[in-house]
Design a protein around this ligand. Structure first.
Ligand SMILES: [Zn+2]
Length: 405
């Protein structure tokens, strides 16, 4: 992978040392290589962690080759979904034998988060076997978990290897691929938020980490049609981008380039759905939609304030640069077009999320994490409740042509 060299350079810049990155295989037939890898590592006691849908991702081909193999099928909730919460974590802790050499996470993001956490706590390495190009967390250390209904990201361990089989990923449900694309589109605002935070809150910032993440984003935007078509080229590019974005988080040991205000909105919605016991929406699907909403919010607000009206000193000093950063974001219409191009939903209505929840999240979600973002800043400056024109675009399209251009 081209970004490997840059990732090593990034590790050198940050720590003066190279970092051990997971071994990455992205190709058709990657699953066939796992048994040889395990043999070479002398790993004999293997636990495969999957759910009802992913346990046969490879038509049981992989499992036939593994001898001392235990299969753990994670239990679903009342909505037929696996949730990364206390119950599921305890199930896995109870079912993994202590003498296990390695865990195989066979599934999408949630299964990885559960395995990553349990493996870390039991001191057992894990291998990532994504069954859909749905999220950018496969190669990161962060495990977003739900404890007592609250989302909390815990730094745990990255996989020792990733086997991403394009035959499997190309046959994943289309909405999962569109979710992966949505997670990548969120980098538009997460990268902007990180830069704003450097200017306004003196947060450490890495040009190289931002550049690698931006390359991954741009590769996906350029090839949105192939991704939407689900062809080999599109799925390869998306999978690479998701893995690269995860590796940047791994090297940095935080998620800053990949998670900003758009992720805070998404987390807020997720917790609300949990409270009401509603069916969960895919992570990247929420992030894609929130990226369009938050872009509209940023663009509208940045035009609303004049430099001299701004009470936060560091923001006033850097106002022109903040304005430029926000103006250079694509407009919300373009973001929605891209989401649609990848085959996913692009509006809160399509997700079934009510306008009142979106408005609440715009005013409350910045409390979820101690991070300086555009969302945080506009909440500090506001005189009245924030709302996003993107929610009322049909009504406002004429008046706000500049926003939807
Ligand atoms: Zn994400």
């Amino acid at each position: 992978m081209a970004a490997f060299q840059e990732l090593n350079q990034l590790a050198q810049e940050l720590t003066g040392e190279s970092v051990s990155l997971p071994e990455i295989t992205i190709k058709k037939g990657a699953l066939d290589l796992i048994s040889d890898y395990l043999r070479a590592q002398d790993m004999k006691n293997i636990v495969i962690v999957a759910d009802e849908h992913t346990k046969s991702a490879d038509g049981n081909h992989l499992y036939e080759k593994l001898e001392h193999m235990v299969m753990v099928q994670l239990e679903q909730d009342d909505n037929g979904q696996v949730i990364a919460d206390e119950q599921t974590i305890v199930q896995l802790l109870a079912e993994v034998p202590v003498e296990t050499d390695v865990l195989l996470a066979v599934g999408a993001g949630t299964i990885h988060d559960i395995v990553r956490f349990v493996g870390y706590k039991m001191n057992i390495p894990f291998i990532s076997v994504p069954t859909a190009a749905s999220v950018d967390g496969f190669t990161s250390k962060g495990a977003p978990l739900i404890f007592k209904g609250m989302k909390k990201t815990i730094q745990t361990a990255a996989p020792i290897a990733v086997f991403a089989d394009l035959n499997v990923l190309m046959h994943a449900p289309k909405e999962l691929t569109a979710s992966g694309f949505g997670d990548i589109l969120g980098k538009y605002t997460s990268l902007t938020d990180w830069k704003i935070s450097q200017l306004v809150a003196n947060e450490p910032y890495s040009e190289l980490a931002a550049a690698i993440t931006r390359q991954s984003l741009e590769a996906c935007v350029t090839h949105v049609d192939s991704i939407g078509a689900g062809n080999e080229k599109g799925i390869r590019i998306l999978t690479q981008a998701l893995i690269e974005s995860g590796m940047v988080m791994l090297v940095l040991d935080h998620s800053r380039p990949a998670s900003g205000g758009e992720h805070h909105l998404s987390h807020y919605w997720e917790m609300e759905l949990l409270k009401t016991n509603a069916r969960q929406l895919l992570h990247g699907t929420k992030v894609g939609v929130s990226t369009a909403i938050i872009t509209a919010l940023y663009k509208e607000n940045v035009r609303h304030y004049k430099r001299e009206d701004i009470s936060i000193e560091k923001l006033r000093e850097n106002w022109e640069e903040v304005q430029q950063l926000i103006e250079s974001l694509p407009n919300p219409e373009r973001i929605r077009q891209l989401l649609t191009g990848a085959g996913g939903p692009s509006t809160a209505e399509e997700l079934g999320l009510p306008g009142a929840l979106i408005t609440d999240s715009l005013n409350e979600a910045h409390h979820l994490r101690d991070r300086c973002t555009g969302l945080y800043i506009f909440n500090q400056l506001k005189n009245e409740q924030l709302t996003s024109l993107d929610l009322y675009r049909d009504k406002h399209q004429e008046a706000y042509k500049w926003l939807y251009r």
